[in-house]
Write a protein that binds this ligand. Structure first.
Ligand code: NAD
Ligand code: TYD
Length: 356
């Protein structure tokens, strides 16, 4: 079915725009900040990040010293701090979140505090100060299983993990602030990102760095579950277009590449690119509530705002793997201390998969 959309994307000019990016020390937020500082030398960016285990200022070492960039260490759930920052900015882009499904299964509390309550604190301050635009970085996880057809923006939200449910709460809170107070919120629901600087608890950097260390690649269940995979810079470009388009307040935009791959296909591809043996693949016990398929329709973003992905999967994966090969110091520093304890907890006595 082709949906005709009523909105038109009109280019906004944003000379000297002041942007609050939350969670900018994480994987996608840092990529977005690097992208924006390069593309818009007259924009000012404040990065508010709590620096949880996933926040890493090494991701932004080349932004240090840039007079248009300011880092504030703090919590998006801190009302006073958030109020002080938001009164001086034009736009809020909320990336900050607890983001790992597996961690949300063992310990959901932080997900509710940051992803739901933290988003509320940002929205409330944005409402009070009449913010120009609020972009809520939601996720395709809010749909739950896509089933036969990729999810459209008006599909029911059926989140299957505490992470996805917390993100669904934040997603709808942002919409409610638009519907109730006309806070100009826009919601994006992107598929699985991959690229440089991703914390190696997520599948692709975990598999790549494990393979580089000749350690096993833990594939959940039978490895047939699929995701839509998007190169992180294509995601950043979509957010850029959304930021600069008029008349889209209250709207939801799916973002995705249309490239669907299973866990097993990706594990094999990584081993192939690195010239390693498939024996490194280890089938382990499945994730509870594991979503079989995430896939999104992106026609709205493509037809209304003219976005399309630019990086094919082979190129994106080769670039990504090259980055981890060349930046061993970056991930070795992470793969110590807390990470090792996490890895032991998560994979240490995890049984082998029965469903293979
Ligand atoms: P990430 O885990 O790499 O980074 C999250 C960042 O948020 C970290 O820097 C962390 O320190 C910060 N943070 C966490 N709690 C905070 C708090 N209370 N206050 C301030 N900062 C806090 O995550 P990511 O993969 O870069 O994801 C960024 C956003 O994109 C998230 O909202 C996520 O839900 C969304 N998203 C991610 C993907 C993906 O594939 N990674 C896909 C779709 C949407
Ligand atoms: P992940 O990177 O955690 O992202 P999400 O759960 O948000 O999609 O996982 C991507 C896929 O890879 C998902 O189907 C679960 C699977 N997976 C594994 O098979 N092994 C692993 O060690 C991890 C972390 C994920």
């Amino acid at each position: 079915m082709i949906t005709i959309y009523r909105i038109t994307g009109i280019e906004r000019t944003g000379k000297g725009m002041k942007i609050l990016v939350t969670g900018g020390a994480g994987f996608i937020g840092s990529s977005y900040i690097r992208y924006m500082l390069k593309k818009y030398p007259d924009y000012k960016i404040v990065n508010l990040d709590k620096l949880t285990y996933a926040g890493n200022l090494d991701n932004l070492s080349n932004a240090e010293g840039n007079i248009n960039y300011r880092f504030v260490r703090g919590d998006i759930a801190d009302t006073k701090l958030v109020d002080d920052i938001i009164k001086d900015v034009d736009v809020v882009i909320n990336f900050a979140a607890e983001t790992h499904v597996d961690r949300s299964i063992s310990d959901p509390a932080d997900f509710i505090m940051t992803d739901v309550y933290g988003t509320y604190v940002l929205l409330e301050a944005s409402r009070r100060h009449g913010i120009g635009r609020f972009i809520q970085i939601s996720t395709d996880e809010v749909y739950g299983d896509a089933g036969e057809e990729p999810s459209e923006e008006d599909a029911p939200l059926m989140p299957r993990s505490p992470y996805a449910a917390s993100k669904a709460g934040a997603d709808r809170l942002a919409f409610s602030f638009w519907a109730t107070y006309k806070t100009p919120a826009i919601i994006t629901r992107c598929s699985n990102n991959y690229g440089s600087n991703q914390y190696p608890e997520k599948m692709i950097p975990l598999f790549v760095t494990n393979a580089l260390e000749d350690k096993s690649l833990p594939v959940y269940g039978d490895g047939k579950n699929t995701r839509d995979w998007i190169f992180v810079e294509d995601h950043c470009r979509a957010i850029d277009i959304i930021l600069h388009s008029n008349g889209i307040e209250g709207e939801v935009f799916n973002i995705g590449s249309g490239i669907e791959k299973s866990i097993l296909e990706i594990a094999e591809m990584i081993l192939d690119i690195l010239g390693k043996n498939n024996d490194l693949i280890e089938f382990v016990e499945d994730r509870p509530g594991h979503v079989i398929r995430h896939a999104v329709k992106t026609e709205k973003l493509r037809s209304v705002l003219g976005w399309q992905p630019s990086i094919d999967f082979q190129t994106g994966m080769e670039r990504t793997i090259k980055w981890y090969k060349e930046n061993e110091e970056w991930w070795r520093k992470i793969k110590s201390g807390e990470y090792l304890e996490y890895y032991k907890r998560m994979y240490g006595d995890r049984g082998r998969s029965e469903s293979r």
